[in-house]
Design a protein around this ligand. Structure first.
Ligand SMILES: Nc1ncnc2c1ncn2[C@@H]1O[C@H](COP(=O)(O)OP(=O)(O)OP(=O)(O)O)[C@@H](O)[C@H]1O
Ligand SMILES: [Mg+2]
Length: 265
């Protein structure tokens, strides 16, 4: 199972990606959690301690690694030339850190591969890594993406089983569903699903239901506004460790179940 979690800023992507990864891990699957947000915070939603997180160097910021993998033998610096097909098959094993519940975390750094039309060594490393993770291995992964949808159009999600678009009950975040719909062909992900989050009232749920219906994007589930999730963030622990039976955690568990049914994995 290869799943990416996207959506507008602050809607709950990281919370849902981290919890989902751990719940899948509890089912006995080895899960690679990939943090593709330059301001990486997935470690906290996974329940990796801050002391360990402090040591993380995102792959795209690891100069030594980039030099070692991208530099053409004998060349001085990159001087505009670098390998376009670096070795990446060992990166998850070498750089991922172990978290709870069978989940390991790989902090990729930004996947802003094309943002400024950048054809630079770090972007090439990441693009090759993503291609390897999606097409070249059987490893299950859950990828937490940065806010917005800019990176979806650039091939980072091509070949995945599912893209979960997290949305709050509000126009600004629901708007992304329409944008994703028009990108759908370009992004070529297996399935696009919406996930409602921070739902506090029946009107909230109705609003999300109406939007997904009009955008024809299936709704995988709804996560209520949950005080456990807020408190966990305040305390710097994973919500799943604070209360695995909170309404939000139970809702994400149902979403996990439905995801497995829908993608046949
Ligand atoms: N269901 C929920 N109930 C209560 N609080 C929530 C819920 N989901 C997320 N939050 C809170 O909302 C905030 C944003 O969540 P999170 O970091 O998961 O969002 P994000 O989409 O990953 O944000 P960013 O775009 O900055 O990466 C956090 O403080 C989190 O604790
Ligand atoms: Mg996030």
């Amino acid at each position: 199972m290869k799943v990416a979690v996207a959506g507008k800023g602050g809607v709950g992507k990281t919370t849902i990606a981290g919890t989902l990864a751990r719940l899948l891990g509890r089912d006995g699957l080895r899960i690679l959690a990939v943090d593709a947000d330059p301001s990486y915070t997935l470690w906290s939603a996974l329940g990796i301690p801050p002391d360990e997180a402090k040591k993380i160097i995102p792959l795209t910021e690891n100069e030594t690694l980039i030099e070692e993998r991208l530099k053409i033998d004998g060349a001085k610096g990159y001087s505009g030339f670098f390998k376009l097909n670096p070795r990446v098959d060992d990166l998850a094993e070498k750089f991922a850190i172990e978290g709870p519940d069978n989940v390991s975390l790989l902090v990729a750094g930004t996947v802003d591969i094309g943002g400024s039309g950048c054809m630079c060594p770090s972007a090439t490393l990441l693009k090759t890594l993503m291609r390897h993770l999606i097409l070249g291995t059987d490893e299950a992964f859950v990828m937490d993406m940065d806010a917005g949808i800019e990176n979806l159009g650039r091939g980072t999600t091509r070949g995945m089983d599912a893209l979960l678009v997290v949305t709050e009950p509000g126009r600004r975040s629901l708007d992304i569903l329409g944008k994703i719909r028009s990108l759908a062909q370009d992004i070529d992900v297996g399935r696009v699903f919406a996930v409602g989050n921070k739902v506090a009232a029946p009107e909230d749920e109705e609003m999300i239901q109406e939007w997904v219906k009009s955008e024809e994007i299936p709704l995988l589930g709804i996560v209520p506004l949950d005080d456990t999730i807020k408190q966990a963030d305040r305390k710097g622990v994973a919500p799943l460790d604070l209360d695995p039976n909170s309404p939000g955690m139970l809702a994400i568990n149902e979403i996990k179940q439905r995801l497995i049914e829908e993608t046949g994995n």
